[in-house]
Design a binder for this molecule. Structure first.
Ligand code: NI
Length: 174
């Protein structure tokens, strides 16, 4: 149980491709996931990838009831996903002003597939599969990107739609 420090963009570890987890229900894995939840809660985050605390393993968590970081989004159930995969379910694209605990104080407008089917395992090795849309689909894809060494600024198409949260809010963009 510990709040770990979150790597920030520029740290080369954030660009590494995460390795699959090969053993479930181990003390190390449970400790990692506890630390990730403590770290995410301390930072008011909606999701966190293990990569962001320097553990280059295919582990992500997410979940939000309400957060001051994203006041208008619908709740997403608390989820642990290990060795995740996903497929796109429709051609529809959704845009969102994304933020990231590894890019603090900033937002950028990113477009992603609006509805997806994801699968993976929890920390006990139980398989899960889920069809999702809305913020749930966005947060999954954002965390999945972290496991590939991709950060959301890489996906910003229009570079004027990227900036500090306070300036964007003052300009009425977010
Ligand atoms: Ni992030």
């Amino acid at each position: 149980m510990a709040v770990r420090s979150i790597l920030r963009i520029g740290d080369p570890r954030l660009r590494q491709v995460a390795e699959p987890v090969d053993a479930y229900d181990t003390p190390d894995l449970h400790e990692l996931i506890e630390d990730m939840f403590d770290t995410m809660a301390a930072a008011d985050g909606a999701g966190l990838a293990a990569t962001q605390i320097g553990v280059i393993k295919q582990v992500m968590i997410f979940g939000v009831e309400s957060t001051p970081r994203y006041p208008d989004i619908e709740p997403v159930p608390t989820t642990v996903l290990i060795n995740p995969e996903f497929s796109v379910l429709s051609d529809e694209i959704a845009g969102f002003w994304e933020g990231c605990l590894s890019v603090p104080g900033m937002r950028g407008y990113v477009e992603r597939p609006a509805s997806i089917r994801y699968s993976g395992y929890d920390q006990f090795g139980n398989h899960t599969e889920c069809d999702v849309a809305g913020f749930h689909a966005i947060v999954f894809q954002h965390e999945y990107d972290h496991l590939q060494g991709i950060l959301y600024p890489d996906r910003i198409v229009a570079h004027d739609k990227f900036g500090f949260t306070e300036e964007l809010a003052a300009a009425g963009e977010i």
